[in-house]
Ligand binder design. Sequence first.
Ligand code: XIL
Length: 345
Amino acid sequence: MLDSCLLFALACWQPLPARVPLRELAADRLRIGAAVDPALLGEQEYAATLAREFNQVEPENAMKFERVHPGPATYNFEPADSLVAFSQSHRMAVRGHTLVWHQQLPSWLTSGGYSFVGLSSILADHIYTVVKHFAGQVYAWDVVNEAFNDDGSLRGTLWSNALGIGCEGTAYIEQALRWAHAADPNALLFYNDFGAEPVNAKSDAIYRMARDFLSRGVPLNGIGLQMHLSVGPLPLDKIEENLTRLEDLGLQVQITELDVGLPVDAAGKAAPPDIVRQAEVYTEVVALCLKHPRCTAVQTWGFTDKYSWIPSFFPGNGAALEFDAQYQPKPAYESMEKALRSFHK
Ligand code: XIL
């Protein structure tokens, strides 16, 4: 009995395929990134998983206006600098996020009562100082984030409202791109938004803006598709149609903030069918990007369920990322791995 078991075990034994980190599988095709909190780099498993699996990082918050420019004449680059240093010692590229947004602005700015002349010079100084500081270290910037409403109209913000910085319509976005380009002519400049993945009113507006900018030589290199998704059906055809029309303009497309939020119980656990569906969504997104040569990065918004913005912003949801809270790869991770491997075949 023992012998036949042993024979059976020997006959059936196959070595497990060695796990190859995502960054190695992705190496010659696209960047595989994660949004990062520099304050967590001291946590051994956080830093080790990040360095092993990813070849791109983006600060989740550390380069936002309120963090880097907390006082009218005060810049604080330390946390973001520590992430840049980490990225350099682990051969990772850094995406910058974000220069012009309507959220996470310091109160000195929002309640400062500035005229359009004042706001314009504050934004020029901000963009110039921040982009110059990271020149040669940050290869791509989300220059403007979330400037459109779902119906394709321009969002009213500090920068666009009333006189804003004194530019009409999308001209303030153009101005921001021009300032960023002047500060670092080598950085790739992106417009980044959510809900504009498929062809729809918002992505139509972004497309029209991009086409106009490129026809006039405005320095725009790419569009970031955030991809904060859920387990519902993904309108893949419509997403591909949008991706293709952006590529046809000569732009890069990057998936910048991928996560797939699931309904979770009080312990943060998701239902098994949702975990399976989540894995499918990860496959669909990574495979779509791989299919398009101008889709140059897939980045998730965090990488471990231990630290994700989803539970606090969408109560009752969570488990959105590719590693669980113990840094174990989830089916979503296996999906990314499989999609990357099949690209090499
Ligand atoms: C989120 C961060 O994840 C949170 O930690 C922060 O409190 C709020 O912002 N779109 C973006 C990101 O472009 O900057 C947002 O990040 C998530 C939505």
